[in-house]
Design a protein around this ligand. Structure first.
Ligand code: DQA
Length: 149
């Protein structure tokens, strides 16, 4: 690994392991593995190194964020359903002090009322929502930008 390499933690929240078959009209046809491959290609091009985790468990996500300080310079997170419910993930991001970018495949503001509130966004650097896989790619670019500037 090059010393100057930017290390980024990518976190996929609950049910995202089902991408590809889960409501493809809403979340697209690409599998999580395909999305991760694209992100790794983007990262390699820009000199970033990714660690990618997916968890259906709130506590595991909190643990991963809690260990991020010192190990990663930025976090890209799709908290999935926890976006709308998790004070614990919000507090973990706020406490760890590592800049985080929130991403969503779908436009959460154009969906059901309960999805239109993110408890996570206020403690993030920014949010990308509604562009499918491009949301992740833009989120990754934003994370690298946040580190380098
Ligand atoms: C999601 C939107 C959430 O409301 C939902 O619970 C998800 C995926 C998205 O990427 O569009 O699981 O985060």
């Amino acid at each position: 690994m090059r010393k100057s390499e930017v290390k980024i933690l990518v976190i996929h929240g609950p049910n995202l392991q089902l991408l590809g078959t889960r409501q493809p009209g809403v979340y697209g046809k690409q599998s999580l593995a395909a999305i991760n491959r694209l992100l790794r290609q983007d990262a390699a091009r820009t000199g970033a190194r990714l660690t990618i985790v997916q968890s259906n468990h709130e506590g595991e996500i909190v643990d991963a964020i809690g260990k991020a300080k010192g190990a990663y310079q930025a976090i890209v997170i799709n908290p999935a359903a926890y976006t709308h419910t998790s004070v614990a993930i919000r507090d973990a991001i706020e406490a760890c002090g590592v800049p985080a970018i929130e991403v969503h495949l779908s436009n959460i503001y154009a969906r059901e009322k309960f999805r239109q509130t993110s408890l996570i966004a206020p403690v993030c650097h920014g949010q990308v929502s509604g562009f499918g896989v491009l949301s992740y790619r833009l989120g990754l670019q934003a994370a690298i930008h946040a580190v380098k500037t």
